[in-house]
Design a protein around this ligand. Structure first.
Ligand code: AMP
Length: 215
């Protein structure tokens, strides 16, 4: 029987730079450099494995609806969107950062109901609901750090890596909502119908990063 085709959706951007070396260690090398190529589907050194290069926030959609069998995206994206529908067998231990609540240094919110600007609306709502604190959540698509500076919001919820962007804008982290890293996710149907090659890939990745995969 020919080996089943596997399609792996990768997140372009920061995570991609760290995902490619990981894939190379398990013998999967794209035929073209994804950072330079304009192709969105790349064949690899393994004839049964191809790669899709998509936005991190689109990875759960591709995997959930079967456009890809597996995907790599940040835990922040999965917390916000996927709500536990996708199998998440492996923490790839790359793309580390923190999802934090941040505000202007030395400033308390002057609104009775503080405003929080973020692209992580669902995660932010859940965080404040769990604390029983009423806030107004304002959706932004980027440059969250700007919102407190022009009093659009009292706080932001955003990813922080080095903390340089917060510092450069006079903001300080107030609380960590979650430690973030990139995760491997699997389409539940592929997990069943293509179990052998999916399992082989998950195990190879788990071995190379020196961790146990979820059963
Ligand atoms: P930094 O200045 O290193 O703390 O990085 C903060 C900026 O980079 C913010 O605008 C974040 O939204 C973004 N950022 C930090 N870490 C990541 C990540 N792992 N993936 C995507 N964006 C990130």
């Amino acid at each position: 029987m020919p080996e089943a085709q596997l399609t792996l959706a990768l997140s372009k951007g920061r995570i991609l730079e760290e995902t490619l070396p990981l894939l190379a260690r398990v013998g999967i090398v794209p035929d073209e450099d994804p950072a330079r190529s304009r192709r969105l589907i790349l064949s690899t050194s393994q004839p049964h494995i191809r790669l899709l290069i998509v936005r991190p926030t689109d990875v759960p959609t591709y995997v959930l609806h079967g456009g890809a069998d597996l995907g790599v995206t940040g835990k922040d994206v999965l917390m916000e969107q996927a709500g536990g529908i996708l199998y998440e067998p492996l923490d790839l231990r790359i793309g580390h950062c923190r999802l934090v609540l941040a505000g202007r240094e030395g400033r308390e919110p002057d609104r009775a109901q503080p405003r929080v600007a973020t692209k992580y609306v669902a995660t932010t709502r859940a965080f404040f609901a769990a604390r029983g604190q009423q806030v107004d959540v304002i959706k932004l698509y980027g440059s969250m750090e700007l919102a407190p500076l022009v009093d659009l919001a009292d706080w932001i919820v955003d990813l922080v890596d080095t903390g340089n962007t917060l510092r450069a804008n006079g903001l300080v982290p107030l609380e960590t909502l979650a430690e973030i890293s990139a995760r491997l996710v699997v389409n539940p149907a592929s997990w069943k119908t293509k179990h052998a090659p999916v399992r082989a890939l998950v195990s190879a990745l788990a071995e190379t990063i020196g961790t146990e995969s979820a059963p």
